[in-house]
Design a protein around this ligand. Sequence first.
Ligand code: B4P
Length: 196
Amino acid sequence: MFNLILFGPPGSGKGTQSEKLIAKYNLKHLSTGDLLRSEIAGKTQLGMEAKKFMDKGNLVPDEVVIGMINDALDNNPDVQGFLFDGFPRTARQAEELDELLSKKHTCIDVMLALKVSEEELVKRLSKRGETSGRSDDINESIIRARIVEYHKKTATVADHYQKANKVLMVEGEGTVDEIFERLSKEVDRLKKLANC
Ligand code: B4P
């Protein structure tokens, strides 16, 4: 298996680049943001609970997202690898993910971390908010709250994988194709090493 985490602040291009990476490398895409939005669309109890946090730009409680990832791993036993997008987002989520993968005799091969300036993040998300209908993109104060939440709780997740020497920083500004090329170059190199 080849398992990768695409990491970065809100608006850094995780969702955008994930779509291209899963197609090229035949990976199963696990986006906790997408999973949560589909629960909201289905008006499930989990979705209604999660919405309260998401609408304020806060993270959803760990138990909820860890449970979703656990189910997704169990439901996809025969894939060539996973691309985790927007997960893990807290130190606890990272520890739980390592444990879940180790039970399946695999691990994270690499964390590719997109580097983007705060002004560019706000610009991209505000632009998306004009058309996406996403309640967390509609005003700048919620977008900034998500960035604060990232610095408070999520940035530390990179330290967790840094200890195992698994983090690679990638410049996340430029055109979508330029960034995809940078990411692909790293994946091509790392796939040959296949750690897990
Ligand atoms: P996510 O769905 O993960 O949303 P996101 O952080 O905004 O990133 P996304 O992937 O959607 O955007 P992208 O950067 O691709 O999370 C939403 C919420 O769900 C969180 O705030 C939280 O409440 C909750 N949540 C999710 N996972 C959780 C977890 N594990 N634990 C707790 N809570 C969780 O793109 C942004 C925009 O930039 C797009 O419009 C795109 O077109 C544009 N763009 C991309 N690349 C560009 C480029 N190179 N140039 C210009 N624009 C670009």
